[in-house]
Design a protein around this ligand. Structure first.
Ligand code: ZN
Length: 505
C-alpha cells in the first residue's frame, strides 16, 4: 500500500516537471487554445472534434450538455462552475452560474431568454457570482421575463459567535443566519437595486403581441423556490411580484424542484461546506443527467443514480486534485519538508475533508454503480483544474476503480446525448463575440412602457427616458453635443429635457 502511494507521488512530482517540458513547442492551431502555444494545455479536450454550436443545434430527441465553467479556482482557461442543459423540446436550464461563465454563454450564442431558469447547488461564490450579470443585463436584451431561481434552504447551523443573553438581532447578534436561497434572493435583489433602476429607462418586460402573450412579469422580477436539503420540501417560495405566484409555469413536489413539459428536475442532499448543498438530476424523454455541484462522496448520489428504470446517461461529478498536487501547483514549492509546504498541505487536506470528491472516490462511485449494472453511459469529472498532468493523474486514480467511459470537463466541452449515442465535442467559438442574438419570439412585440418612461412626445427616444434619473445639477454640466459633433445625432436630434418638461403655452 505505501509502496503504491509512493509510486503515485513520484509520478506526480516527475509529472510536474515532465508534463511542462514535454509540451514546449507543441502548438495547437485553434483559437480556443490561445494565441501562443503554452506549456500548460489540455490535450484531452483539444483532441475532441470541433464544431460550431450555433449552426448545429440540439436534435429534437436529444439532450445537449454544455460546460460553461469547469474550474474550482480562477483561471483564464476555465471559468468557475456552470453547466447548461438544452433539450430537444426547446427547454433550457442553467445549473450554477459561477464567476466568469457568462462570457462562455455569450460565445456559445446562448441568448438571455434561454437563461431564465437557474438551479443553484449551493451558495458559494464560485457557483453564484455571474448571477449578478445574468440578472442585471438579461432584461436589457431578450431576457424580459422573470428569472426563476432554485436553490437550497437555510443551513440551520448555529452561529458560534452568538452571545447568549445579549438579545437576538439578525444583524448584530444572530443566533442563526438567514442563509437560504430565499434570503439570498431578497438580498440579491436589493444589492442590485441601483443597477436595475438605472437601466429602467428601457422596457424590461415583453408585452403581448404577435410573438406571444405578455411575459408573466418583468425581467427584473425574481421567483425563488427553496429546496429543503433535509426534508425534500419545495413549497417555500418568494417572488418580487405577487402576480407571479398564480402560475409559475411549473409544479414541484417532495425532492422535485421542477416539473413541466415532460421535464423533471429532482434534487438530493450533498455534503459540502456546511448544511445546505444539494445536487440535481434531470430526466426528460428517457434521458437523464446528474450534476452533483460540490460534494463529498455520499450515498445520496448513489441512490439518485440507482433510481429510475435505467442507468443515468451522464453523471457529472465534481472532482478535486490530490492535496499534494494542489499545494505544489499553487505554491511552486517542491520541498515537501518545508514549513510552508506542510502548512499548505494541512490547509488543502482540510478543504478536501470539508468539501470535495477525491479523484479516487469518483472512480469508486462509478465502480459501485457498475457493480449493480447501473454504470452511467458517461462519467464526467469537473470543477477541476484540467491540464495534461492533472488529467493524467486523475484518470490513473479513476481507472484504479473503474474502466468505463469517463472524461474530464473543460470550458466549451459539449456532450450530445440521445438514445443511440453520446457524442463528445468541443465548441469552436469566437473570443470576440458580441452579446448573443435575441431569440425570444416576443422580440417582435412591444415591451411594456419603461419604468422611467418619458411621456413627452418631443423626446426623440420616447417612451424611453434616458435622462430621467439625473438631477439638474448634473444635466446642467453636460457638454452640449453640438460643441464636439455638429452632425451627430445628439446635436441634430436634441433631447430637450428641460423644454419638454415645461408646461406648453
Ligand atoms: Zn462550493
Amino acid at each position: 500500500m505505501s509502496e503504491e502511494i509512493s509510486r503515485r507521488e513520484a509520478l506526480k512530482l516527475s509529472g510536474l516537471v515532465l508534463g511542462t517540458a514535454a509540451l514546449h513547442g507543441c502548438g495547437f492551431g485553434d483559437a480556443n487554445a490561445g494565441a501562443t502555444p503554452s506549456a500548460d494545455t489540455n490535450t484531452m479536450f483539444y483532441s475532441l472534434p470541433a464544431f460550431d454550436p450555433m449552426s448545429d443545434p440540439v436534435a429534437r430527441d436529444a439532450m445537449r450538455i454544455s460546460f460553461m465553467g469547469t474550474s474550482v479556482i480562477e483561471r483564464r482557461a476555465q471559468q468557475r462552475s456552470s453547466v447548461f442543459v438544452e433539450l430537444g423540446n426547446g427547454d433550457s436550464f442553467v445549473f450554477d452560474i459561477g464567476s466568469g461563465v457568462v462570457s462562455n454563454y455569450v460565445a456559445m450564442g446562448v441568448p438571455w431568454s434561454r437563461m431564465r431558469r437557474i438551479f443553484l447547488t449551493h451558495l458559494h461564490g464560485d457557483h453564484t457570482s455571474d448571477l449578478t450579470h445574468v440578472y442585471c443585463f438579461g432584461p436589457q436584451g431578450d431576457g424580459k421575463s422573470p428569472l426563476y431561481l432554485f436553490g437550497p434552504s437555510r443551513s440551520g447551523v448555529r452561529n458560534p459567535d452568538f452571545v447568549n443573553g445579549a438579545g437576538s438581532d439578525q444583524f448584530y447578534n444572530p443566533e442563526y443566519f438567514e442563509d437560504g436561497t430565499i434570503d439570498f434572493a431578497k438580498h440579491f435583489r436589493e444589492m442590485n437595486r441601483w443597477h436595475t433602476e438605472s437601466q429602467g429607462f428601457v422596457g424590461t418586460r415583453w408585452n403581448a403581441g404577435p410573438g406571444g402573450p405578455a411575459a408573466a412579469g418583468d425581467g427584473y422580477d425574481i421567483y425563488a423556490t427553496e429546496l429543503n436539503w433535509k426534508t425534500g420540501d419545495s413549497s417555500q417560495r418568494w417572488a418580487t411580484s405577487r402576480n407571479l405566484f398564480a402560475n409559475p409555469g411549473f409544479t414541484s413536489g417532495k425532492w422535485i424542484a421542477y416539473q413541466n413539459n415532460g421535464v423533471t428536475i429532482s434534487f438530493f442532499p450533498a455534503v459540502h461546506g456546511r448544511n445546505g448543498s444539494i445536487s440535481y438530476r434531470l430526466d426528460w424523454n428517457g434521458l437523464s443527467m446528474i450534476f452533483t455541484g460540490d460534494t463529498k462522496p455520499n450515498d445520496f448520489l448513489l441512490s439518485a443514480a440507482l433510481s429510475g428504470p435505467r442507468p443515468v446517461d451522464v453523471l457529472i461529478s465534481e472532482m478535486v486534485v490530490d492535496p499534494d498536487v494542489w499545494v505544489t501547483k499553487q505554491s511552486g514549492i517542491t520541498d515537501t519538508s518545508s514549513p510552508a509546504y506542510q502548512a499548505g498541505m494541512v490547509n488543502a487536506e482540510a478543504v478536501q475533508v470539508n468539501s470535495h470528491t477525491p479523484q479516487m472516490a469518483f472512480g469508486y462511485i462509478l465502480s459501485q454503480l457498475a457493480a449493480q449494472g447501473r454504470a452511467p453511459r458517461l462519467g464526467i469529472g469537473t470543477h477541476f483544474q484540467a491540464e495534461d498532468d492533472t488529467n493524467e493523474w486523475a484518470m490513473t486514480d479513476i481507472r484504479a476503480w473503474y474502466p468505463g467511459p469517463v472524461t474530464i470537463g473543460f470550458d466549451l466541452m459539449v456532450i450530445d446525448v440521445s438514445a443511440a449515442r453520446i457524442q463528445q465535442r468541443r465548441a469552436s467559438v469566437s473570443d470576440y463575440s458580441w452579446s448573443a442574438k435575441w431569440a425570444d419570439p416576443r422580440q417582435v412585440n412591444a415591451t411594456f412602457a419603461p419604468k422611467y418612461a418619458d411621456p413627452q412626445q418631443c423626446n426623440p427616444y420616447h417612451p424611453m427616458g434616458p435622462l430621467n434619473q439625473f438631477d439638474a445639477y448634473l444635466l446642467d454640466a453636460v457638454i452640449d453635443p453640438c460643441r464636439y459633433d455638429k452632425s451627430g445625432f445628439m446635436c441634430v436630434q436634441p433631447y430637450p429635457t428641460a423644454t419638454c418638461k415645461l408646461p406648453t403655452t
